[in-house]
Design a protein around this ligand. Structure first.
Ligand code: F0G
Length: 359
């Protein structure tokens, strides 16, 4: 029988804070594909791989942190968890809480999470509140509630989340036999940026690689506090997953950037959508807009001459395209794509497809 991937906490039990007292709440997360991307290698002269985190159980990388955070919450006796979210964290918290048989309460910014993500939180029976504010307001309230009421916080300010997420770096080193030269990643709260850096550092300590990747993080131009060096009070971007003005892991991210000779860059919404199209049309990987920023960042840095030819580059694409498909159905000029309607007639359809008859 083929061996089935057992989820992070089983696969990496010896490298995480798991004991016999920890109930393992898993949906089989992790073990995601690292896909070579020849079309991006050709464009940039680098050796490019895409770490497709949309292949996790709820369709985003959040499941890596959530298996750990919910398992530790249940170990600590929690009956309810809470999180602030731009959508993916709420979907993941709701699913893992459902599996564990505990309550998930989620705070989301009103009208600013995609329908796919909202439908997940609803399906998994979370208590969902839309706040009349942005993500940063939601996180302030979630922290306040966790401090003063019997609810366990599962945002990435909870270190268990970062611990789970760092395992993606382990997987990359295992597949490549070394760490990449550059790691490109979207940045919102900068929890994932911090987690990969931690994972790679541990791989060096363990002797699994000698390379510390330069951590290249990208934010949307309308919500780029780490690039600007100051919080953004009214963050705006169509990439709602990373519409964050006050990154919770600010200090950890700056430390990771300094340690790895890293970089923070900003990409316009147009640049994000162009990269999303390139990835889906030329590589066959469909991601949500926020995730495409890794691709946009690579193309921008390669264009700027910052990526030496032959460099090994890994791009984390954080969430599946089905999470937020609306932009894929639009052309670059904003008009809707609507497939042509035809009669049930082979000859007519062949002619529309431009096919010449061979027999
Ligand atoms: N990509 C996606 C698809 C995300 O959902 C997020 C964050 C990020 C990137 C950024 O990760 O915050 O660790 O820097 N989403 C959070 C949420 C905020 O609530 O789902 P980060």
């Amino acid at each position: 029988m083929a061996r089935q991937w057992r989820g992070l906490l089983h696969e990496y039990a010896d490298r995480l804070n798991i004991t016999s007292a920890t109930p393992i709440i898993t949906l089989g997360e992790g073990g995601t594909p690292l896909i070579p991307a020849p079309a991006l290698s050709e464009r940039t002269g680098a050796k490019v791989y895409v770490k497709f985190e949309g292949m996790n159980p709820t369709g985003s990388f959040k499941d890596r942190g959530m298996t750990m955070a919910i398992s530790k919450a249940v170990e600590a006796g929690a009956k309810a968890v809470i999180c602030a979210s731009t959508g993916n964290t709420s979907a993941s918290a709701a699913a893992y809480a459902a599996y564990a048989g505990i309550t998930a309460a989620v705070l989301v910014p009103e009208g600013k999470i995609s329908m796919g993500k909202l439908s997940q939180a609803v399906a998994h029976n979370a208590q969902i509140l839309q706040l009349q504010g942005n993500f940063d307001d939601c996180l302030d309230i979630a922290r306040d509630l966790a401090e003063n009421y019997p609810v366990h916080l599962v945002n990435s300010v909870n270190n268990d989340r970062i611990e789970g997420q760092k395992t993606a770096a382990y997987e990359i080193v295992e597949v490549l036999g070394r760490a990449p030269d550059f790691h490109f990643i979207p940045v919102g709260n900068a929890g994932n940026y911090t987690a990969y850096h931690r994972g790679y550092r541990e791989e060096i300590t363990r002797g699994a690689t000698h390379v510390l990747p330069r951590m290249f993080g990208f934010q949307a131009a309308g919500s780029a506090p780490l690039v600007n060096g100051a919080p953004v009070l009214k963050p705006e971007t169509l990439a709602t997953a990373i519409r964050i003005g006050k990154p919770a892991s600010w200090d950890l991210a700056i430390a990771a950037k300094e340690d790895s000779n890293g970089y923070f860059g900003a990409i316009t919404d147009e640049g994000i959508l162009a990269a999303q199209r390139i990835l889906s049309a030329d590589v066959g990987v469909f991601v949500e807009p926020a995730s495409a920023i890794s691709v946009a960042g690579l193309l921008e840095r390669a264009e700027a001459g910052a990526i030496p030819k032959g460099s090994v580059c890994v791009l984390t694409v954080t969430g599946h395209g089905l999470k937020d498909p609306q932009y894929a159905l639009k052309r670059p000029d904003g008009t809707e794509v609507s497939p042509e309607v035809v009669a049930v007639n082979t000859a007519e359809i062949a002619s529309v497809l431009g096919l010449a008859k061979v027999k």
